[in-house]
Write a protein that binds this ligand. Structure first.
Ligand SMILES: *Cc1c(COP(=O)(O)O)cnc(C)c1O
Length: 446
């Protein structure tokens, strides 16, 4: 075993981990990365099939992102963004505005801080608009928006939330349109619209005290890659307009091409002129971005919003402004990594290229989808997931260990196995991944 493993157990408190379990299941020591592959100190290779917790887009040690960061290192590594500005943050804000149809980018360092920013901005907007009682939040059942105290308040994953319940502010969860929950014979769309009716019922009673509805568009990641019909988002947009409640799109996991479009909201159709994303796409009031934004290189998050929201903060009174800050807001190195990522999207026409990859990879997974233990095989863009019917306690750890022995880094969520590989993954690698998953499924002891 690599000596790092004992040292990490003594010195590092690992995230989302019962540390005692590291005795039986030591963490993988990684020495370097190359494209979609992680390489341990002995040179063994593991396919990063979940993109290092969904952040990596264009592989590890990507020469173009490396070059951008190195260039920026020779200029300015960081300067505070209160009272100063710099080209990378200005250019990134301009380009994100062009892509999202929103603007006034406000930066944080992680996804959870983007959630905090959006929630605070929304409530502060209503306060500045003379309606301070509009400060409640709605989110979806099984939703995930991060784990700081504010973000956890709108998260609905019991394992993460229950322990801290006394610290959290009350929020309301409405039924999730997760297509797996449709009645037999009911389409995903019909079920989504039925859930939207429940949202409407809640809004009809509570809009006067509600600031915003926060959602993960199309895919609830931490819930186990729960996918739902875009009609839900279309209807949610209409209802939020009708009841004067902000719609916050948490695209932290699904943004930057994961669902097959640059942003998942683009797949929810609306009457023309709704959004510059596409003339037929809904436009949220806030969009939260992180994870893939830097291609998995550096921590960065951004919240963009409408001119209307921005205008409500603009004035002579200091307290009317959005007085929120993080030390590393708009870090130039992170912004340059993000700009390099946007360059790659444009130059390599990544969204179009992924369309054919997505079809090819789905074909590579056909045997997995047809496996007798597999239920609810689902797929959207560059995400594939399925549930294992007879999974017993400990399934996810056993599957993870068995896949690791086959050179595949996968971490199931409960009884859901999912893969969301970096976009640079090749078809041969995807076939190897499918083969490894089949071997794990064929083993009844897993
Ligand atoms: C990961 C995630 C977050 C939190 O991001 P962190 O960087 O882990 O704080 C928030 N929302 C969604 C949808 C996520 O997937």
């Amino acid at each position: 075993m690599d000596p790092l493993v004992n040292r990490t157990r003594a010195a590092v408190w690992h995230p989302c981990t019962q540390m005692k379990q590291l005795e039986a299941a030591p963490p993988l020591a990684i020495a370097r990365g190359e494209g979609a592959w992680l390489i341990d100190p002995d040179g063994r290779r593991y396919l990063d099939a979940i993109s290092s917790w969904w952040v990596n887009l264009f592989g590890h040690c990507n020469p173009r992102i490396n070059a951008a960061i190195i260039d920026q290192l020779g200029k300015i590594e960081h300067v505070m963004l209160a009272g100063a500005t710099h080209a990378p943050v200005v250019e990134l804000s301009e380009r994100l505005a062009e892509l999202t149809g929103l603007g006034h980018a406000f930066y944080g360092s992680d996804g959870a801080s983007a959630t905090e920013i959006a929630l605070k901005m929304s409530a502060h907007y209503w306060r500045n608009s003379g309606r301070p009682e509009k400060n409640g939040f709605i989110s979806l059942k099984n939703g995930y928006h991060g784990e700081t105290v504010g973000a956890l308040s709108v998260t609905d994953i019991p394992l993460f939330k229950d322990t801290y319940a006394p610290l959290l502010r009350h929020s309301v969860q409405v039924p999730t349109p997760d297509a797996r929950l449709a009645e037999p014979g009911e389409t995903a769309e019909a079920y989504a619209l039925r859930c939207a009716d429940a949202l409407e019922a809640h809004l009809a009673e509570n809009a006067a005290t509600t600031a915003a509805f926060i959602v993960e568009p199309l895919v609830q990641g931490a819930a186990g890659m729960a996918m739902y019909h875009p009609a839900y988002l279309t209807r949610a947009r209409e209802l939020c307009d009708q009841y004067q409640v902000h719609l916050i799109a948490d695209e932290i996991a699904v943004g930057f091409g994961r669902t097959g479009t640059m942003f998942a909201c683009e797949q929810a159709t609306a009457p023309p002129f709704a959004s510059p994303l596409s003339p037929y796409a809904i436009r949220p009031d806030f969009i939260c971005l992180s994870k893939g934004i830097t291609g998995g290189y550096l921590p960065l998050s951004a919240v963009l919003t409408t001119d209307d929201v921005y205008a409500a903060f603009y004035g002579d009174a200091t307290a009317r402004g959005f007085l929120h800050s993080h030390s590393y807001t708009g870090n130039p190195l992170a912004c340059r990594a993000a700009l390099a990522v946007l360059d790659i999207f444009e130059h390599d026409q990544v969204i179009a290229a992924n369309r054919s990859k997505s079809i090819e990879f789905t074909a590579a997974l056909a045997e997995v989808a047809a496996h007798p233990r597999v239920r609810h095989f689902r797929h959207l863009g560059m995400i594939w997931a399925f549930d294992v019917a007879d999974a017993t306690p400990g399934f996810s750890t056993r599957f993870h260990r068995a896949a690791l022995a086959l050179g595949m880094f996968i971490r199931p969520i409960g009884h859901t196995v999912y893969v969301m590989p970096p976009y640079v993954t090749g078809a041969d690698d995807m076939r190897s991944l499918a083969g490894a998953m089949l071997r794990c499924l064929d083993n009844p002891a897993i």
